[in-house]
Design a binder for this molecule. Structure first.
Ligand SMILES: Cc1cc2nc3c(=O)[nH]c(=O)nc-3n(C[C@H](O)[C@H](O)[C@H](O)COP(=O)(O)OP(=O)(O)OC[C@H]3O[C@@H](n4cnc5c(N)ncnc54)[C@H](O)[C@@H]3O)c2cc1C
Length: 378
């Protein structure tokens, strides 16, 4: 195994939204950054691809302007229950639709322009001793850094290696995504529930419509394949039946991911600062995971810059401050998200809630705000 002599300021493990935003932010201030990402860019990811507008000021600070590369504005919301009851509302803050294929690619391009060293390799081990992180990869490379950020997403073999607590618990959800061509309003994000899951529908760049659903794996397992599951279960929701049957697929086949878990994680473990889904995952029903990943990068980067700039911050203070700020920003959102998802899993409660929301529509923005933050300033 060959070890490079250079000691980086920061090594980032995983180049999704959290890793890439950290890389751009840190490199903007002259920090030496190595980003290790196992996949090539661009690549499609299972994701609803609706992002809350709260990230726009921060993305602009990073010199990323999603509307320049095709993002579409979304400010209307629809929700239907399994029993086809529908409610519509205006989104309090609104958001935009952009594919991860495009967004991650643009972020990676910016990171490289800023001088980030981006290597395609899978991290297999991280050790911390004598105030340095020693990171080993599948291609038998070894790197060292003063700071290590874990931004490797919802579930990785590294979580198993590190014996993180959440990995022992059940991860019973499965995600499916496809891009299609179908007539669908540009400014709308719809969430249609079906037995054991829900499907998000919204537009991304180039006129494509994202259809992305999450379902309980045990429910899914009862059927032969995706087509069978969709016909027997997903299409029980009349809105989904209409959208799916009128659409023409752009992808050759749907993308899937399994073992999605919403278990509580720790934002710092073994001195590694975790960002994005690696630190905690909000239920996708809330459409705020991407914005949380981006905002966690901002929190981590600001603190790390203070630590590296010798402003008298110790490693212990860095870690405690990050945990405190992470909890302040996200803990309430995560709990609210899990509670709302739990309510919508029960048919009678979901139907009752929809009746209440129809009669008292001012409650809808209040509920949405529980799972979202304010625009992120710099
Ligand atoms: C079905 C579904 C629908 C969703 N819909 C929405 C939505 O509409 N809106 C929203 O805001 N959020 C949504 N989310 C959540 C959102 O996708 C995540 O919160 C977001 O992707 C988190 O970004 P991240 O950077 O933490 O992780 P990721 O984007 O997953 O990035 C992690 C990266 O780490 C890399 N990696 C992993 N292990 C290693 C390793 N050992 N070495 C090197 N690299 C590694 C991976 O290849 C990956 O590129 C949805 C999630 C799901 C599952």
């Amino acid at each position: 195994m060959k070890e490079t002599a250079k000691i980086f300021d920061v090594i980032l493990i995983g180049g999704g939204l959290a890793g890439l935003c950290n890389a751009i932010h840190l490199s903007k201030f002259g920090t030496s950054v190595l980003l290790l990402e196992k996949n090539e860019y661009p690549k499609h990811k299972v994701c609803g691809e609706y992002i809350s507008n709260e990230v726009l000021p921060y993305l602009s600070f990073l010199d990323i302007h999603p509307f320049d590369f095709g993002a579409v504005k979304i400010d209307q919301f629809q929700l239907s229950t399994r029993k086809n009851k529908l409610i519509s509302a205006k989104l309090p803050l609104g958001g935009f639709g952009i594919s991860r294929y495009q967004l991650d690619f643009m972020l990676a391009k910016k990171a490289k322009e800023n001088g980030v060293l981006l290597i395609q390799d899978t991290v297999v081990e991280v050790d911390f001793h004598k105030e340095l992180f020693h990171v080993s990869t599948k291609q038998k490379q070894k790197f060292r850094a003063k700071i290590c950020i874990g931004s490797f997403g919802k579930r990785s073999l590294l979580d198993v290696k590190m014996n993180r607590n959440f990995i022992q618990r059940k991860a019973p959800y499965l995600g499916v995504k496809i891009h299609v061509k179908v007539d669908f309003p540009e400014d709308l994000v719809a969430l249609h529930n079906f037995k054991g899951g829900y499907c998000g529908v919204s537009k991304v760049e180039n006129g494509a419509i994202n259809l992305c659903y999450i379902t309980n794996y045990f429910e899914f397992q009862k059927y032969k394949n995706i087509t069978d599951f969709q016909e027997q279960v997903v299409f029980q929701n009349a809105f989904l039946k209409e959208i799916f049957s009128e659409s023409t697929p752009i992808f050759e086949k749907a993308l899937t991911i399994s073992q999605i878990s919403f278990e509580t994680k720790k934002p710092v473990e073994n001195h590694i600062i975790f960002c994005g889904d690696s630190a905690g995952m909000i239920h996708p029903l809330c459409g705020n995971g991407m914005s949380m990943a981006i905002q966690s990068a901002q929190i981590a980067s600001k603190l790390i810059l203070n630590f590296l700039n010798g402003k008298g911050m110790t490693r212990d203070q860095l870690e405690k401050n990050y945990i405190r700020q992470w909890n302040r920003q996200f803990k309430w959102r995560l709990n609210a998200g899990h509670f709302i998802a739990l309510l919508f899993r029960n048919d009678s409660i979901a139907a009752f809630l929809l009746q209440v929301l129809k009669r008292l529509p001012f409650l809808m923005p209040i509920i949405i705000k529980q799972t979202h933050g304010k625009p992120i300033d710099n």
